[in-house]
Write a protein that binds this ligand. Structure first.
Ligand code: GDP
Ligand code: MG
Length: 673
């Protein structure tokens, strides 16, 4: 079994190559073309329109006796959370390069992420049929930019329109393809022999740098057989010491079968991959989780998709043990048991039921209602949390308002479904206007959500412009006593509260404290009154002080409660608590905080000047610069409000060659940066 992903810069041919892999492994009966908008992996309507792959879908296929689970990884910067999520559950990857362009900005970004997770890779130089295609340039470019020792396992025969096949440097033979992609092998033609020998030497040379067995045999002048070379290469790839390079033209059906062989030959099986680490919640210790079917069952929900008929499809990667359909599992983070009604193996356009899902495998569980992306499922007797994925703070928001009032509830339902699939956005209601506000990570992120609401769910709605989601807080401590009274239907509702508010350290969050103990005070105060007060304060924290943005870093302490059995009601205390909080904060030097983003740029030397002045113009501060062979890495911080449309400006000042990653850093008092 192999769990693999395919990573590439947009347009390098990830979708086309995946399609061909599915075709040759026999799971799809005709070849889908990206350009016809028919590709099987890009099944979401929206992705087809944009021509980019946004959501990762997992699909299973078979090659000889191997099961290959392909996890689709998105390539766009706004979806780093998605990329990291898929990188966590795959054991190996194919890195695709465009034969003309070589290493492109997003290849570098994804490569860095893959390095962080120690994902072993094989490289594939696609588009050898394009004008300007140069396999040897890409070999060098990858070596220089990605800092990994590339080793060619194939050489292209011809290039551009005369590209006809490859030389296999391990078997030492030629592979040719006809128009339908049917493969045939031949002996190496005499005029290419010297070149082939030369490159085989380089291959053996690189391999002997990492393998003692190869070095010994080589020095002893012994012939190295193909199986030994592959076995030694496999070890080096799994340790990320070498990047074996393959080539072809997926669109012309050339080069794909040997690439599938490479998945099997060089990428690790689940029990050879990096061992997962979990945290035992009861024992409070970290443990290793070897891939073992007989071990305790544990899996990670890495993706949720909503299906109109089946409900939540929870994609699960099993790390150990087995879950069976019809059983129950334990959601460790939510401390709740859930049903496994059915288990499915997903192919790109259909699914097969399974009795169970075992260690190392990936499948879909149906029946879990509470599970969210990132949740760990195991058992009550062995509550272990897999390292949680970190999701950053939503910093931009957009208002959305259905065209008809009757659609308001439908919109809320849709948002509830979407937020299960994607835990990185949040929803709140503007109390004054009744508008729903959704907040997310970046412009494209919100754009995609809105398009899904409007197109996939066919809801007509008015959508506002993206806005920064500010926060509110206070700068000094303050105390306030409030009394509330209101007569409803002849009955008096009264409450009295003294509340103290204090600023807490930045980043420490809000805190609610009740210093009045139950059973004290003028009368016995019932529990529901305490609950009502807490609700009132929390509601006020969420709805802000002066501007209606959520409050952060405020400690609110209830100091005194004036309660009478005759008139004290929960309604009165909730309202009173909210008033006391608002009044106390309003005179406690309220401040507006803005999200500051960490913006990391990678840019070729010749554009450093333009890129830096672009960042400074937008109120950014340069924190550090690191100069590499052909690029500079610049770390900066900039206020979110000045970063709208940054991607477009950056592209235009750098001819599309600078790239950036933007993540939330912290909140800071809003200033005129
Ligand atoms: P992705 O964005 O990485 O998924 O790339 P796609 O698979 O969508 O391909 C992007 C474009 O490149 C499409 O127009 C493809 O038809 C084209 N393409 C893909 N593979 C090849 C190839 O081998 N040769 C040529 N000339 N074009 C290709
Ligand atoms: Mg694609």
């Amino acid at each position: 079994m192999r769990n693999i992903g395919i990573m590439a810069h947009i347009d390098a041919g990830k979708t086309t190559t995946t399609e061909r892999i599915l075709f040759y492994t026999g799971k799809s009966h005709r070849i889908g073309e990206v350009d016809d908008g028919e590709a099987i992996m890009d099944w979401m309507e929206q992705e087809q329109e944009r021509g980019i792959t946004i959501q990762s879908a997992a699909t299973t296929t078979y090659w000889n006796k191997y099961q290959i689970n392909i996890i689709d990884t998105p390539g766009h910067v706004d979806f780093t959370a998605e990329v990291e999520r898929s990188l966590r559950v795959l054991d190996g990857a194919i890195a695709i390069f465009d034969a003309v362009r070589g290493v492109e900005p997003q290849t570098e970004t994804v490569w860095r992420q893959a390095s962080r997770y120690n994902v072993p890779c094989v490289g594939y130089v696609n588009k050898m049929d394009r004008i300007g295609a140069d396999f040897y340039f890409v070999l060098e470019d990858v070596k220089n930019k990605l800092k990994i020792n590339t080793v060619a396992l194939q050489l292209p025969i011809g290039k551009e329109s005369s590209f006809q096949g490859v030389i296999d440097l391990i078997e030492m033979k030629e592979i040719h393809w006809d128009k339908e992609g049917v493969m045939s092998t031949r002996i190496i033609s005499p005029e290419r022999e010297a070149e082939a020998r030369n490159w085989r030497e380089k291959l053996i040379d690189a391999l002997s740098g990492v393998s003692d067995i190869v070095t010994e045999k080589y020095l002893a002048g012994e012939e190295l057989d193909a199986d030994l070379i592959r076995a030694e290469l496999r070890k080096a790839v799994i340790k990320r010491e070498l990047l074996p390079m393959f080539t072809g033209s997926s669109k012309r059906n050339m080069g794909v079968q040997p690439l599938i062989d490479a998945i099997v030959h060089y990428l690790p099986a689940p029990d050879e991959a990096v061992i997962a680490i979990g945290h035992h919640v009861k024992k409070e210790e970290d443990i290793q989780i070897p891939c073992d079917q007989k071990g305790q069952p544990i899996g990670l929900v890495f993706k949720i998709q909503n299906d109109r008929e089946a409900g939540s499809l929870c994609y699960v990667r099993m790390y150990s043990g087995v879950f069976s359909s019809g059983s129950s599992v334990y959601n460790v983070g939510k401390k709740k048991r859930e049903r496994v009604n059915r288990i499915l193996r997903m192919h790109s356009n259909k699914s097969d039921p399974m009795d169970s899902l075992a260690a190392g495998d990936i499948g879909v569980i149906i029946g879990m209602k509470l599970a969210q992306t990132g949740d760990t499922i195991s058992s009550e007797g062995w509550p272990v949390l897999l390292e949680r994925m970190q999701f950053p703070e939503p910093v931009i928001s957009i208002s959305i308002e259905p065209k008809t009032i009757s659609d308001q509830d439908k919109l809320k339902d849709i948002l509830a479904i979407l937020s299960k699939e994607d835990p990185t956005f949040s929803i709140r209601e503007n109390e004054e206007t009744g508008q729903l506000i959704i907040s997310g990570m970046g412009e494209l992120h919100l754009d995609v959500l809105v398009t899904r609401i409007l197109k996939d769910y066919k809801l007509s709605a008015k959508v506002g412009n993206p806005q920064v989601t500010y926060r509110e807080s206070i700068n000094k401590a303050n105390e306030r006593s409030e009394f509330f009274t209101k007569t409803i239907a002849g009955k008096e509702n009264a409450a009295g509260i003294t509340l103290r508010v204090e600023p807490a350290q930045r980043g420490s969050g809000n805190k609610y404290i009740c210093a009045v103990k139950a059973g004290t005070g003028r009368n016995e105060i019932p529990a529901e009154i305490f609950e009502a007060i807490e609700r009132g304060v929390n509601g006020a924290l969420a709805s802000g002080i002066m501007m209606g943005y959520p409050c952060i870093d405020i400690t609110a302490t209830v100091i005194d409660i004036q309660y009478s059995e005759l008139t004290g009601t929960g309604f009165a205390f909730e309202a009173c608590a909210s008033m006391a909080f608002d009044e106390a904060c309003r005179t406690a030097n309220p401040i507006l905080l803005e999200p500051i983003m960490a913006v990391d740029l990678v840019c070729p030397h010749e554009f450093v000047g333009e890129v830096m002045s672009l960042v400074t113009q937008r109120g950014g501060q340069i924190l550090s610069m690191n100069s590499k062979a052909d690029i500079d890495e610049i770390k900066t911080q900039a206020p979110m409000e000045k970063m709208f449309g940054f991607m477009t400006s950056l592209r235009s000042v750098s001819q599309g060659r600078a790239t950036f990653n933007m993540e939330f850093s912290h909140f800071e008092k809003k200033s005129e940066r």
